[in-house]
Design a protein around this ligand. Structure first.
Ligand code: NI
Length: 167
């Protein structure tokens, strides 16, 4: 299976709002498999379809230490959230950048699995952060957009410098 190229911030395609998946078929299951493989290979703990330039509401997450607890969420919706936590986040689309972001401590998310069955996940801590981070991607938001304008400007400059070095 091919590894998918990951868009890098501030690529304007990362601002695209993803459309709901209408029908969960083999092409969606293939997309989810390729995204999972890309996430594990990177390595990362979450990836949204937006980041691989597919603008459908699909995310994959594995925040386990054993890397064997894959969650594929199709059309995820936040059902409830409470509390506040601040966690240092990173993103495969913003390589080498980590910063603190305020999120809800606990969330409940409804979604469809790859068989099209309705599922609910209740999460706290790292998994809750990861769910919020990936669902942000589907709305066209990257975590650095939660930071100050000054920090965002610095991050863009740093990434531009990186891409000149690696190009
Ligand atoms: Ni991300």
């Amino acid at each position: 299976m091919p590894l998918l190229p990951i868009l890098r911030f501030p690529d304007p395609r990362l601002k695209t709002v993803a459309a709901p998946v209408e029908k969960i078929d083999d092409s969606i299951r293939r997309l989810a498999r390729d995204m999972a493989e890309t996430m594990y290979e990177a390595p990362g703990i979450g990836l949204a379809a937006t980041q691989v330039d597919v603008h459908l509401r699909v995310i994959v997450i594995d925040s386990s230490e054993t890397r064997d607890q894959l969650l594929v969420l199709i059309n995820p919706e936040l059902e409830a959230s409470e509390g506040v936590q601040v966690c240092e986040e990173g993103c495969l689309s913003v390589p080498g950048i980590f910063d603190k972001v305020e999120r809800a401590q606990r969330v409940v998310v409804r979604y469809l699995d790859v068989q099209g069955k309705r599922q609910t996940v209740a999460a706290e801590g790292l998994l809750a952060v990861c769910l919020q981070h990936e669902m942000d991607h589907l709305e066209g938001r990257v975590f650095v957009e939660h930071l100050s304008q000054l920090k965002q400007t610095r991050i863009k400059a740093k990434l531009a410098k990186q891409s000149r070095i690696t190009a």
